[in-house]
Design a binder for this molecule. Sequence first.
Ligand code: GLU
Length: 294
Amino acid sequence: MTIGTGGVTGVYYPAGQAIATMVNAQQDTYHIKASAEATGGSVYNINAVLSGDLDFGIAQSDRGHQAWHGLADWEGDPQTRLRSVFSLHPEIVTLVAAEDSGIRELDDLRGKRVNIGNPGSGHRGNATDALRTAGIDPETDLSAQSLKAADAPKMLQDGRIDAFFYTVGHPNGAINEATAGKRTVRFVPITGMGQLLQEAPYYSTATIPVAKYPRVANTNDVESIGMVTTFLTSDAVSEEAVYSLTKEVVSQIDEFRTLHPALESLTPAGMLEGLTAPIHPGAERCFRELGLLP
Ligand code: GLU
């Protein structure tokens, strides 16, 4: 069983690795071998799950919603074979800027070199949504870069970009790396999103906890928008396989939570919140046995 994740310094990758390790430890019981691979992110994972190139994929709930309903990257083409397994941690649209770039709010991004993310990432769409809501055209008002999230922190430290967007759980390795260099960095609030929040049911307001990054310039938590992370599959994956993987994660949840700090508030009931596509029968069976579904 293959699990598509994201860049190695995000949260998807270590979370996917943790799930694969837990499943593999029970190989005698489940007869499944799982492996997690680094990928381009949410959009890539959804497409790879649907094409059968991956069995499972981790993706932002906004992207799952869009795929299921035939919106954005899937405009006019609803992905009815997509299935939810469970949700994981909250993710926040995070805008990181070099302090010396003078960027304090979205409007300051005009004319700057800004990484909006690689095609295939979830955050590329979030960056575009936030910019457009702020009246900024990503194609003409700034120099938009398409770097992978794992490369952005170094590019920021090297002075080759001024800011980057990354939709991710906190804390994570990429932001730690961005804040660890000589160039001081700060989180830039993503506010004034009222219209977007009203139009797009999958976004909610969220706050970046700055205490998790001792070297960041901000002293107060930073307002933004966010969604949850979902673990997805397709209707082509067997009930037995999805049941086994779900059962393993839920029964080891105390251990799973300790494997990455972004997962620390995960609960079995919380794993059913924010799902987009219909739940896969294998996952449904597991949550029903636990009394969490009728
Ligand atoms: N949200 C990012 C994406 O969809 C990935 C975040 C992560 O790897 O933790 O591309």
